[in-house]
Design a protein around this ligand. Sequence first.
Ligand SMILES: [Fe+2]
Length: 367
Amino acid sequence: MDFPQEVLFPQKTIFRKGAASEISRECLEFGSRGLIIHGRSLEKNKKKEEILNQFPAAAKVKTFCRVSGEPTLDEIIRVIETAKIVKAEWIIGIGGGSVLDLAKAAAGLFNAKERPAFYQEGGELKEKGIPFIAVPTTAGSGSEATINSVIINKQKGVKLSLRNKSFLARKVILDGQLLKSLPFLAMSYAAMDAFVQGYESFISKNATWFSETFALKAIKLINQNILPACESKTEESLSSLLLGSYFAGIAFSCSRLGVIHGIAHSLGSLYDLAHGLICSVCFVPSIKINKAAMGKKYEIMSNAVGMDFLERIEMLLAAFKIASPFKERELRDKTKIVQTTLKSGSTAANPKQINAVDVEFMLKEIF
Ligand SMILES: [Fe+2]
């Protein structure tokens, strides 16, 4: 058995009930000055106040609230400017995938000489950033376990990864309680994204026993807990779903993803729709395309979910009443969607080598 050539793991992961009450202690280990990036829900459920109250008066802590949508390159600049006001020694992201991606990129590029666009286009990052701490409040994007941030470049109308090994979270704090106030739709979209990530990693062309182990564990945990977490929000199901999402993140940061994420990033830059929703509706078409190429892995996944894998996914989509939002939309820029999907690094990891016919098939299924 070979060990994968390279494995990147967050330095410290805390997974326990009430872990959110340890946020200040974990941040202060990096210094007394920092920035908290969060979403609006943290204000609505009063968690923001609770977290700020954890810090001693002498600490210089600023906050930055994301309004909505996905993070842009300009937003990274605004966050870094805010963090510099307090001479931040760390940046913590407390929120969903967009919040974590923004916090991660801002911490990583804190001392960068060039504008963020330079690095998104592949420029070399020479300056060291400041520590990034990840506290996911959705399960989830898996962003807490990865080295990349998905950022929109508005000028070019594209959504691309900004990635660097130094971006990886120094600390991850997993507390299922933080998911409790998440609305049903947001919870189900995020959980389906995590499910897709576990699936794409498991069948990835680059999969190793290491990534497969985490991906399969993620598939099992997410499958078992997705419905109870969304419907009754039991403590146990929320914590297990969050852990499943984290494991999917660890898995795909080693193996990359597949054509669902290739096409989802392309569609996400053209249509203002939740990433988890786009991934959800591409799930079944991807299984159809990849079934032959994934070989015995299909059976392994079916065993993991206790029934035919495709039927289980259809069952979950029906339970969440997820229908394709594209059915009532016009297909714009088809050529551009096909080209960007084919060029995507996620598509490159897909087990079946994807061609234009495959992408057109997926588009036909969802539009
Ligand atoms: Fe995703």
